[in-house]
Design a protein around this ligand. Structure first.
Ligand code: BES
Ligand code: ZN
Length: 624
C-alpha cells in the first residue's frame, strides 16, 4: 500500500531533477569536443575505468551485465550521462551503497543514437554500477548459428562496436574522445573460449569463466568480445591466430608474415605498445574486412585466399595499433584521421616487405576506388571533403573511399612535397605525442603547421591542406599514383582481348593485383563473347579469391553474364562483408530481372548477415 505514493514522489522528483539539469552549463567551453554521436557530457563527468561482469546466454541470445564505472568529476557535477541503445537497465548503484538507488532517467529514443542514460550522482561518487541486459536484437552482437560457422557444430558470438554500437551491449560514454582501461570477467558455456580486446587466454578452461585486462586506456568503439569453439595457433613469440579448428592451419599459413609486418611497423613509427598482437578469424558473416580491436584484430575469413595475396589486411589492422588505437579521431567527423593515416601506414609496411612495385599497384587500385567513389557522389558533393559534418547522421556515412583513399592521397602528397625522411619524422613524433589520446582536426592542423610548414608560405601552398581537408573532390595539383606493372596491362587491353593469345594474357596478368586491375579496367562495351574468353583463360567465375570474385561478379551482373549467377548465389549466401555484398545487391537492383533475383537472395540470406550489413541493405531495398 505504501509503495504507490512513494513511487509517485520518486517519479515527480526525477522529473524535477531532469528539468533542473537542463540549466547546468559546461565549465571550460574552450576544451569542449562536440561529438554529434554521443549523449555523454565528458566535460562534466567522465569515465576512467570499467569493471565489467558478463554472462553470455546463447539460448536466449542475451548478455547479462554489470558495468562498474570508475568516474572522474573534478567540478562536482550532480549527474553523469551514458549512451545506451536497446539496453534493459535493471538497477543502478553508486559506490557501495546497495540500499538506495539514485535517480536515473532514460532520454528519448533516437533511431541512430539510442537513449541517454542520465544518473544523479553525489559530488563524492567514485563508482557507478549499472546492472543491465541486452536485447536479442542488439546491433553490435551477432549470434551465429552453427550452420553459418566452418565447423557447423556450434554457435558463435562476436561483437562489432565501431562506430557507435558499443552502446548496444555496454552502457558507456560512447565517444572516441573518451578513454578508459578495463577489467572483465566473462561467463560462457563450458565448451567455448571467450576472447576480448585485451590480454587473452590461449586455452579453454573447465569452468567457462574468463578474466581479461586491458591496461591501456581505449575508446569504447574498441570494446570487443568473441565466444565460440575457438582454438589458438602460435605464429611467433608475439603473435598467433585464433580460429575455429577447421580454419586454424589455413589462417596461420595466410598470416605467417605478421612478425615481419610488426618489425617493419616499429621501424617506421616507434615501438608497439600493446603487448601481444593476435588475429581472430571470424565466421564469414563478419561485416568488415578487419577490425583493429586492441591486442586482437578481428578478421574476415574472406582474406584467406591461400596465397597470402590479401594479407595486406593484417598490415592495415596492425597499423591501426598506432593510427587509431594510439592517436584516435576525436569524433567520427574526422574518421579520415584514423583511416587515411592507416592506409598510408599500411602501404609503407607493404613497400618495406614486398617492394615498391607491390605498393604502387595497391595505391593505383586504391586510387581507382577513390575515382569511382567521387564519381558516385558527384565531385562537388560535401561528403567528398575529408572533414565531414555528420550532425544528425549516422557515422556510417563516413565509411567511404574518401576517408581511406583521399586521406591516403593527402598524406602521400605531403610526403612527396616535404620528402620521406621529414614526413616520417613528423609522423613518429605525432604518434608519440598523441599516444593514448584523441586528435581533433585542429590538433592535426597545428601539428602540421608547427612542425612541417613553419610559416613557409611556399610550402603551405604546395601542401594545400585547406584544399584537401575542406574542399570537395581532389585538388588539381595532386600527384597521383602510378604502377609500371599495370602499364603492361593497359597495353594489352588496348587491342581486342580475343586477339590476344591465352598464354600472353596469363603471363602478363598473374598476381591478384594484376587480375583486379585487369577486371576493373575492362570497358563497359565488353561483349559476352569476350567475357567468356577471359573466363576460359582465367577462370574468374570459379575463383576462390574473394576480391576477384567480387570484381568479376559485379562486372558480370552489369553485363548479364549468365555463368556467374549460381556462384553469386553461393557468394551472397556465405559472405556477409558489406563492402562486397552492398554493391552486388545494388547492381542487381538496377534491372527488373536482377531485382527479382536480389529480393530472393536477400530474403534467404538476411537472417545470416550482421546488423551492420542488414541496416545498409534494408535501406538499399527500401529505396527500390
Ligand atoms: N576500422 C575499420 C573497419 C570499420 C570502419 C568498422 C568503420 C566500423 C566502422 C577497419 O580498420 C578497416 O578499415 N577495415 C577494412 C580493411 C581494409 C582497408 C584492408 C575493411 O573492412 O574493408
Ligand atoms: Zn581501418
Amino acid at each position: 500500500m505504501l509503495k504507490k505514493p512513494l513511487m509517485l514522489i520518486c517519479i515527480l522528483l526525477t522529473i524535477l531533477w531532469v528539468a533542473c539539469k537542463q540549466n547546468t552549463k559546461p565549465q571550460n567551453d574552450s576544451e569542449k569536443i562536440v561529438d554529434p554521436h554521443s549523449y555523454a557530457e565528458p566535460e562534466h563527468v567522465k569515465v576512467k575505468h570499467l569493471d565489467l561482469d558478463l554472462d553470455v546466454d546463447f539460448k536466449q541470445q542475451i548478455i547479462k551485465g554489470i558495468a562498474v564505472w570508475t568516474i572522474e568529476n573534478p567540478n562536482k557535477y550532480d549527474e553523469i550521462v551514458f549512451d545506451t541503445k536497446g539496453l534493459n537497465i535493471q538497477k543502478i548503484v553508486l559506490d557501495d551503497k546497495t540500499s538506495e538507488e539514485p535517480f536515473y532517467a532514460l532520454g528519448d529514443e533516437n533511431e541512430i543514437f539510442g537513449q541517454a542514460l542520465s544518473i544523479q550522482i553525489a559530488p563524492e561518487t567514485k563508482k557507478v554500477s549499472i546492472y543491465y541486459y541486452t536485447n536479442p536484437g542488439a546491433e553490435a552482437l551477432q549470434w551465429v548459428a552453427p550452420a553459418q560457422t566452418f565447423g557447423r557444430q556450434s554457435s558463435f558470438l562476436y561483437t562489432q562496436s565501431q562506430a557507435i554500437l558499443a552502446r548496444t551491449w555496454i552502457p558507456c560514454q560512447d565517444s572516441p574522445s573518451i578513454r578508459f582501461t578495463y577489467n572483465a570477467k566473462v561467463k560462457v558455456p563450458k565448451e567455448f573460449l571467450a576472447l576480448m580486446s585485451a590480454e587473452n587466454p590461449q586455452k579453454r578452461n573447465s569452468d567457462g569463466i574468463y578474466t581479461f585486462q586491458q591496461k591501456h586506456p581505449i575508446p569504447s568503439y574498441l570494446m570487443a568480445l568473441a565466444v565460440g569453439d575457438i582454438r589458438f595457433k602460435k605464429i611467433n613469440e608475439m603473435s598467433g591466430v585464433y580460429a575455429e579448428p577447421a580454419m586454424l592451419d589455413k589462417a596461420a599459413h595466410e598470416f605467417a608474415d605478421v612478425g615481419k609486418m610488426l618489425s617493419a611497423a616499429e621501424s617506421l613509427y616507434g615501438k608497439y605498445l600493446w603487448g601481444r598482437y593476435d588475429i581472430l578469424v571470424l565466421p564469414p558473416s563478419f561485416p568488415f574486412g578487419g577490425m583493429e580491436n586492441p591486442n586482437l584484430t578481428f578478421a574476415t575469413p574472406t582474406v584467406i585466399a591461400g596465397d597470402r595475396s590479401l594479407a595486406n589486411l593484417v598490415a592495415h589492422e596492425l597499423a591501426h595499433s598506432w593510427s587509431g588505437n594510439l592517436a584516435t579521431n576525436a569524433t567520427w567527423n574526422d574518421f579520415w584521421l584514423n583511416e587515411g593515416f592507416t592506409m598510408y601506414f599500411e602501404r609503407r609496411i607493404i613497400e618495406k616487405l614486398y617492394g615498391k612495385d607491390e605498393a604502387d599497384m595497391q595505391e593505383v587500385l586504391g586510387y581507382k576506388d577513390l575515382e569511382n567513389g567521387i564519381k558516385d557522389f558527384g565531385k562537388t558533393h560535401p561528403d567528398t571533403r575529408l572533414n565531414l559534418d555528420l550532425t544528425d547522421r549516422s557515422p556510417d556515412d563516413a565509411v567511404t573511399d574518401i576517408a581511406y583513399e583521399k586521406g591516403f592521397l593527402f598524406l602521400k602528397n605531403i610526403e612527396l612535397v616535404v620528402g620521406r625522411e621529414k614526413f616520417d619524422h613528423f609522423l613518429k613524433q605525432y604518434f608519440a605525442k598523441y599516444a593514448f589520446k584523441s586528435v581533433t582536426l585542429k590538433d592535426f592542423e597545428d601539428e602540421l603547421n608547427n612542425n612541417v610548414i613553419k610559416d613557409d608560405e611556399n610550402l603551405k601552398t604546395a601542401i594545400n591542406a585547406y584544399g584537401w581537408i575542406y574542399q570537395p573532390g581532389i585538388p588539381k595539383n595532386a600527384k597521383l599514383p602510378h604502377s609500371a606493372r599495370f602499364d603492361a596491362i593497359d597495353a594489352l587491353r588496348s587491342g581486342s582481348i580475343q586477339g590476344q593469345p591465352a598464354d600472353k594474357l596469363s603471363r602478363n596478368i598473374n598476381s591478384t593485383n594484376e587480375k583486379l586491375y585487369f577486371i576493373q579496367s575492362l570497358p563497359d562495351t565488353i561483349s559476352l563473347k569476350q567475357m567468356q574468353y577471359i573466363d576460359s583463360v582465367f577462370h574468374f567465375t570459379t575463383s576462390h579469391n574473394s576480391e576477384i570474385q567480387y570484381a568479376w561478379y559485379l562486372l558480370s551482373i552489369k553485363k548479364d553474364y549468365q555463368p556467374v549467377y549460381s556462384y553469386l548465389d553461393t557468394f551472397l549466401n556465405t559472405v556477409g562483408r558489406r563492402k562486397f555484398i552492398e554493391p552486388l545487391y545494388s547492381e542487381l537492383l538496377t534491372t527488373e530481372k536482377g531485382k527479382k533475383m536480389a529480393k530472393d537472395f536477400y530474403e534467404k540470406n538476411r537472417p545470416n548477415y550482421h546488423a551492420v550489413s542488414t541496416r545498409t541493405l534494408d535501406k538499399l531495398f527500401s529505396k527500390k
